[in-house]
Ligand binder design. Structure first.
Ligand code: GLA
Length: 396
């Protein structure tokens, strides 16, 4: 779900797009096509996408930049500028790489071939400023970047909705994480100053404006990168499926937690298995919580919205069990900080960032207080990003 960072020289560039352009000019024999694909935040609706529920993500100001050019043969050449690493391969032999990062690109290539799209060999270079391992979906951004680029380069005419599905399938089938569609959808469909309310069952979506002059979105990065995150993620999915299977014995029409009520859980899951019950309870509550949170937003009631974010954190920690002590400390600290309306852990969990809805005039104090306390508590310098909501994938 995240690329691992080992080298920082490209990342430290003030203007990654310009740095990429310079690299391509020097190393590619023809003019490249350049793409920007954003990372994402999610305001509320966590671990609901693969349960056919709702999510409320947005694309952000941090992105992967990718330059691409055709080759005359069937070779693939990738340059990961952040990692200072290179990959060479062929369209005719797509195998997962021990270095892992090429898999995000190879997975997309494999999906395109399997679906009958005609592509030839290509060379690409990429890098960006999405903090790694922070739960901001750098991997989905990379999948979307290469897919968006190939769609343009080879004039494949793929609809945006299919692009989201293809990028998700690349991660599911080639990388091996059974993620839902939220990250890829947000990276492609993101719209400046808007959240996307996405129904992950029908993929119907609506844009909800999020522009408040006096509010900032602050991400506090624990810098904890839990190595079990991917396997635990797949375990959570399996636990949700187990809950659905128990309900289905009595209601064969039910195929996901989206269709399950608390009464059903109490009747059919609770007596069977406590842990499964807790997981499913969190998801059923979170799907309902998101609906209420959207109503808060439409009334401009950010105070009520923020309270629901705290409730989500509580559920992710106590029932879904995907938080960690660093995330809990940050969420707890935020709940007592002045000017903070809402906060919670964000993304898959086990590390990464909290997302905080903060009054603009309180942001500096809040970050200072959080950084000081975090250092005292964990002896780690906290990283903080004030982020903005921007457009999704586009050519640059
Ligand atoms: C990761 C996955 C998403 C989603 C979130 C949790 O980011 O890639 O599909 O499930 O975790 O909400």
């Amino acid at each position: 779900m995240e690329l691992q960072q080992t080298h920082t020289s490209f990342r430290q560039q003030a203007d990654p797009a310009a740095a990429l352009q310079a690299f391509c000019k020097e190393n590619f024999s023809t003019e490249p096509l350049l793409v920007r694909a954003a990372g994402r935040i999610n305001l509320i609706g966590e671990h609901t996408d693969y349960n056919n529920g709702f999510v409320l993500p947005a694309a952000i100001d941090k992105a992967i930049y990718l330059g691409i050019t055709k080759r005359a043969d069937r070779q693939l050449q990738f340059h990961a500028l952040d990692l200072d690493d290179h990959y060479s391969g062929s369209l005719d032999n797509l195998q997962p790489s021990p270095r892992h990062w090429p898999d995000y690109l190879l997975g997309v290539v494999q999906q395109l071939i399997q679906r009958g799209y005609q592509i030839g060999g290509f060379e690409c270079a990429f890098g960006g400023n999405i903090p790694q391992g922070a739960g901001l979906s750098s991997s989905a951004a990379l999948e979307c970047a290469v897919l968006f680029a190939l769609n343009n380069l080879f004039e494949l005419n793929i609809a945006m909705m299919d692009m989201a599905r293809i990028a998700q399938a690349a991660e599911n089938n080639f990388v091996g994480v059974r993620c839902g569609i939220m990250d890829q959808f947000a990276s492609i469909f993101g719209k400046r100053q808007h959240l996307i309310k996405l129904d992950c069952s029908s993929l119907e979506h609506e844009y909800i404006p999020f522009r408040f002059d006096d509010i900032s979105l602050v991400l506090l990065d624990t810098q904890v990168k839990h190595s079990l995150a991917s396997s635990e993620y797949n375990t959570r999915r399996a636990e949700c499926e187990r809950g659905v299977a128990l309900v289905r014995q009595h209601h064969p029409e039910v195929s996901s937690l989206r269709q399950v009520s608390m009464d059903m859980l109490d009747a059919y899951v609770k007596p069977e298995h406590d842990v499964t019950y807790n997981r499913c309870r969190y998801v059923v509550e979170e799907i309902a919580r998101l609906q209420d949170a959207c109503k808060d937003l439409l009334r401009d009631d950010l105070a009520a919205f923020g309270q629901r974010m705290f409730a989500t954190h509580e559920g992710l920690d106590k029932l879904y069990d995907v938080s960690c002590k660093e995330l809990n400390w940050l969420a707890e600290m935020a709940s007592g900080a002045s000017g903070v309306l809402g906060a919670r852990m964000m993304g898959g969990g086990f590390g990464g960032c909290t997302i905080n809805v903060v009054q603009k005039d309180a942001v500096n104090n809040f970050i200072e207080k959080a950084a000081y306390g975090y250092q005292q508590q964990f002896n780690v310098p906290l990283k903080a990003y004030v982020t903005s909501i921007e457009d999704g994938c586009r050519l640059i």
